[in-house]
Design a protein around this ligand. Sequence first.
Ligand SMILES: Nc1nc2c(ncn2[C@@H]2O[C@H](COP(=O)(O)OP(=O)(O)OP(=O)(O)O)[C@@H](O)[C@H]2O)c(=O)[nH]1
Ligand SMILES: [Mg+2]
Length: 217
Amino acid sequence: MAFAPSSTTSRTVREVGETSDAGGGIHLPDTARDLVKILVAGPFGVGKTTLIDSVSEIRPLHTEEPLSEASAQVDDLAGVRDKSTTTVAVDFGRISLPGGVVLYLFGTPGQQRFRALWDDIAYGALGALVLVDSRRIDASFDVLGLVEESGLPYAVAFNPFPDAPRHYTEEQLRTALDLDADTPMVTCDARDADSSVDALLALVQHLIDRNAPEDDR
Ligand SMILES: Nc1nc2c(ncn2[C@@H]2O[C@H](COP(=O)(O)OP(=O)(O)OP(=O)(O)O)[C@@H](O)[C@H]2O)c(=O)[nH]1
Ligand SMILES: [Mg+2]
C-alpha cells in the first residue's frame, strides 16, 4: 500500500496500542504493517462513541459521564433529549483492516467546552472521520472548521436519525457543509459495524489517494 505514516505518528500509535493491549485487549495481528491514528469527530450526540464501540476489535476505552442538570444549561440538547451520558475526554478503539492497515481510533468529545483537549487528541493523527447528524446539520460546522484548521484530511459520515426533520440530497449536504469535490461523504449508521467500517474505509482510501504520486491518481 502506497501509504506510510510518519515515524513520529507510528511511534505514537504503537505506544498507545501497547498500553491498551496491557489492559486486556487482543494482541496486534502479525500482519499489521501500517499503524494509523484516526480521529472520530463530530458534534454532541452524533454517534462517535457508538461507532468506536461497533467496530473496535479490542475492548474500547470510554470516558463516559452522566449529563448533569448543570450541563443542560450549556449543552445544546435539541434533537438529543434522550441522551443521559457524554464523552468527557476521549474514546479509544482499534480495528485491523485488510492489507495490514491498523486504525487506532480516537473519539473526540463533542462539546465546545472540551475544545482545549483537541490539539492533544489530534496530535499525530493522519485523518479524521467527521460524523454529521441529520437532525442538526449546522452542529457539525464547528468541528469541520477545527478539522480544516488542523489541516487534517477527512471524510464525512452522514448519520441519518429517524427523527430528522427533513431529507437532504447528497448535493444539498455537500453544499451545506461546503465540502471539496474530492472529500468523501458516505451515509453511515454508527450502530452497525459494517456500515461504520465502510465509512472508515472511505477515509483510508482518501488518505491513500492523497498520498499517491500525481501520475497514479
Ligand atoms: N439512528 C442512529 N442512532 C445512532 C447512531 N449513532 C448513535 N446513535 C444513537 O445516538 C445516541 C448517542 O450516541 P453516542 O455514541 O453517545 O454519541 P457521541 O457522539 O459519542 O456523543 P458525545 O460523546 O456526548 O458527544 C445513542 O443512543 C446511540 O444509540 C446512528 O448512526 N444512527
Ligand atoms: Mg461520546
